[in-house]
Design a protein around this ligand. Structure first.
Ligand code: ADP
Ligand code: GN1
Ligand code: MG
Length: 371
């Protein structure tokens, strides 16, 4: 039996599922945590499902702090949703504690496991099949931002220090190129050069933050389309998931990461780069919906910097994939050789596309400025 299976069995024994467990299977397409869907068989014969996750030890050094953040945020969101007449059991995640009452379970190998109810009657999309769907995800992420606007930001731990510090991400890439532990740098010189050529860009949002032009807010920081569950009947965004990186950040990060992942018609790891293109229609649809969901909370400066959010999140993600490729794929899950390099290449192509259409992106955002 492999180590993960042993740990999974321990975790299955640590929680009270309220009914016999009939199976636990790998689930979803997340790159970070080990996610399993657990099926149970209660007496009424209606299967109840749960999401059991081993938090990534490569990404999260302090699962205690991470879970304190998540419990604080999910409790708060649940209360806000109820106040607005919503159903917290469908619209917010809920942490289920292990039998010993701790926030999470630690297995004998040191792995940290958490449990959530499976949010049923939802669909997790991997690509924006229609502009309406993409817009619905934008409304949900905008609303998420709005719901957390009064959350006490100083109580949140920085679960991944410098998560969206693009300057720091570039510095880490340079260090990886320098040390080149696997001798892979020779195979990706154009990609390395692409990132180095954009060194100045890496400071644009950080400079605006340091100057006080862009305010820190509580943000999600990982707003991929597959981190929002869509209602299978209405098509609206139902529940924002993957709260590991809810931390103080810039609102343009949340906007930008959604554009990076969703405003195109290709997979993040598409190898035919001719299929990798920014879709301006999807960009426009998301912009309108995100701002609607955020309920007018964005300042003119934030709106002005939205295109920068898109470009920087894409550039930064490319830098991160490339760094991980160089150091041996230790952070993002991979399923094939060169997977992180392939992912990096799609990000470079999207950045180039954004640059080619920069005036249009700015014009779309400018329509929403108040001043
Ligand atoms: P990762 O950080 O690895 O992306 P996620 O928390 O996003 O981990 O979970 C991975 C996938 O599992 C999601 O994209 C989604 O498909 C599914 N998932 C996670 N939590 C739930 C939930 N409570 N209900 C239904 N599906 C979920
Ligand atoms: C990871 O966890 P997941 O798969 O939703 C990563 C994001 C990247 C994304 C790229 C905690 O998102 O930052 O943008 O992969 N999450 C973390 O697909 O690093
Ligand atoms: Mg995820």
């Amino acid at each position: 039996m492999d180590a993960l299976q042993t740990a999974l069995d321990e975790a299955l024994g640590a929680f009270d599922f309220g009914a016999p467990v009939v199976g636990a299977l790998r689930f979803g397409q997340g790159h970070i945590n080990d996610t399993f869907v657990v099926h149970t068989q209660p007496d009424d014969l209606c299967c109840r499902r749960f999401i059991l996750q081993r938090m990534s030890p490569a990404a999260f050094k302090r699962p205690d702090q991470l879970m304190e953040n998540i419990i604080g945020v999910t409790d708060y969101l649940g209360r806000e949703i109820e106040k607005h007449g919503g159903d917290r059991s469908r619209e917010a995640l809920e942490v289920i504690r292990p039998r010993d009452g701790q926030p999470y379970f630690t297995d004998s190998q040191g792995g940290a496991w958490r449990l959530y109810p499976f949010v049923e009657h939802t669909i997790c999309y991997q690509s924006a099949e229609t502009p309406e769907l993409f817009a619905a995800s934008g409304r949900a992420f905008g609303r998420f931002q709005q719901l957390l606007r009064n959350y006490p930001a100083d109580t949140l731990y920085e679960t991944i220090p410098n998560f969206h510090n693009t300057e720091d991400r570039l510095a880490k890439l340079k260090a990886a190129v320098e040390s080149d532990p696997l001798g892979r740098a020779a195979s990706c010189q154009p990609e390395i050069q692409f990132m180095l050529d954009r060194e100045k860009d890496c400071s644009v949002a950080l400079d605006a933050m340091r100057a006080g032009t862009l305010p820190l807010r509580v943000t999600h920081n990982d707003t991929k389309l597959n981190n929002v569950l869509m209602d299978d009947k209405t098509g609206e965004g139902m529940c924002i998931i993957d709260l590991d990186t809810v931390m103080p950040g810039l609102v343009i990060y949340d906007f930008g990461d959604s554009i990076r992942f969703g405003a195109n018609h290709c997979a993040e790891d598409e190898t035919d780069l001719s299929k990798v293109n920014l879709d301006l229609g999807l960009f426009a649809a998301y912009t309108a919906a995100f701002l609607e969901g955020a309920g007018g909370a964005l300042t003119d400066a934030e709106i002005q910097y939205l295109p920068w959010g898109a470009k920087l999140m894409t550039l930064e993600c490319g830098i991160r994939f490339l760094t991980d490729y160089l150091v041996g794929d230790v952070y993002f899950h991979i399923a094939r050789e060169n997977h992180n390099l392939d992912r990096c290449r799609t990000q470079c192509k999207l950045v180039a596309d954004m640059e080619a259409h920069w005036a249009e992106l700015e014009a779309i955002a400018a329509q929403y400025r108040k001043g």
